[in-house]
Design a protein around this ligand. Structure first.
Ligand SMILES: [Zn+2]
Length: 383
């Protein structure tokens, strides 16, 4: 066990044993302020938080965090990034050795139900099939699904590289891929009792590769939209919504938003090809780009997602309020709200949030500071 985790576990065990409540710093309104304020649900319907699924040893501390930090801030939506860190029964070959059991998941489900938090679990679809030096569980178990099997993982990863390798993709036209991933999606949504599923689909760099015998020569926008449609239609059969990240639907070159937060590989025209009831998670971390308006004008419901820079996160809260206030009745309700992202392991985030690890002197901005400030701003808006 890493020493940091050990220290955290010890601290948590001592606090739990002594029944000393961990501090919460959610801001309270004065009665006078409260009396004059509107219900938060009408001002910011989605108040969300996005984090990795905990390891089995971290479930109890994560549940403590739900009650101690999310509930007091009136968080009502929780993205849990799972991928294959769950003990799948339908496809045990996909299950990560650090995956949660159904019993673990039900503990999280109960905690969220008690706090009226909607869980939206995620498995990355299409892109993000592994990281840098190695493929992920899907492509380890089914290497034939790889969109670029000729690209070898380097011993030491660097970016940029000659293969333009960021993360691998599965081939959306492989005849067997959906049978496998849809079973995993169904099992995970059942376990989390979820009414929506987050399919990721961000930062897809490999799509429509010329050497893929199925995709070569096809339009990347049509391929991307086809995969969104397939997942959407599968979920719809069980009355579940599809949520995805928005970057592949933004024209990176024309907007200047670039090839990460937007698309340089001609997927962006899919914005006019996918079903309008897909919820777009529009992430912008370095600038508070106003692209939520673009998605709402296209007919989508949209949320804005900050990460580490508190100043941007607070501006994004204010923008979301302004978009709702200054839009037509047709557009207003498409601006759903804010989901704060974290992009570290659950344990790392909790350690930082509870001050159990020293702040990195090189890294000025942290997701836990941004989380606090974003929700302080949201709390100031209403009841
Ligand atoms: Zn292909």
């Amino acid at each position: 066990m890493p020493i940091r985790r050990l220290l955290y576990c010890l601290a948590f065990a001592i606090m739990a044993h002594l029944s000393i409540p961990l501090s919460t710093d959610a801001q309270k309104a004065t009665p006078r302020q409260a009396a004059s304020r509107q219900p938060l649900d009408s001002i910011m319907p989605v108040r969300g938080f996005c984090i990795d699924i905990p390891r089995p040893t971290g479930v109890d501390s994560f549940i403590h965090f739900i009650h101690d930090a999310l509930a007091p801030r009136k968080v009502n939506t929780l993205f849990i990034l799972v991928d294959y860190r769950y003990q799948f029964k339908s496809h045990p070959e996909l299950a990560d050795s650090q995956g949660l059991s159904l019993t673990d998941v039900k503990k999280i489900v109960l905690a969220c139900a008690q706090e009226k938090i909607r869980i939206i679990p995620q498995i990355n679809m299409l892109g993000h099939q592994g990281w840098e030096e190695h493929p992920g569980k899907l492509l380890q178990a089914y290497p034939e699904f790889d969109e670029t099997p000729w690209v070898k993982n380097p011993a030491k990863y660097v970016w940029p590289n000659d293969d333009n390798l960021y993360c691998r993709s599965y081939c959306p036209l492989h005849p067997k891929v959906h049978e496998v991933i849809f079973a995993a999606i169904d099992e995970l949504c059942d376990a989390f009792e979820a009414t929506a599923f987050h399919a990721g689909m961000d930062e897809v760099f490999y799509i429509g590769e010329s050497k893929c015998p199925r995709c070569g020569g096809r339009d990347p926008a049509v391929l991307f939209a086809g995969e969104v449609q397939a997942i959407h239609d599968h979920l719809a059969r069980k009355n579940r919504e599809l949520w995805i990240w928005g970057d592949r639907l933004i024209d990176g070159k024309t907007t200047g938003i670039g090839e990460w937060e937007a698309s340089y590989n001609n997927t962006f025209r899919a914005v006019d090809l996918i079903p309008k009831d897909v919820v777009i998670c529009d992430w912008h971390y370095d600038r508070p780009d106003q692209t939520a308006v673009y998605f709402a004008m296209k007919g989508f419901r949209v949320i804005t997602c900050p990460w580490r820079i508190s100043q941007n996160g607070v501006a994004q809260v204010d923008d979301m309020v302004r978009f709702r206030n200054e839009s037509t009745p047709e557009m207003k309700d498409r601006f759903l709200g804010i989901v704060e992202t974290t992009w570290s392991s659950t344990q790392q985030f909790l350690n930082g949030y509870y001050g159990l690890t020293p702040k990195n002197p090189v890294r000025e901005h942290t997701a836990y500071d941004c989380f606090r400030e974003v929700f302080q701003r949201i709390d100031s808006l209403g009841n």
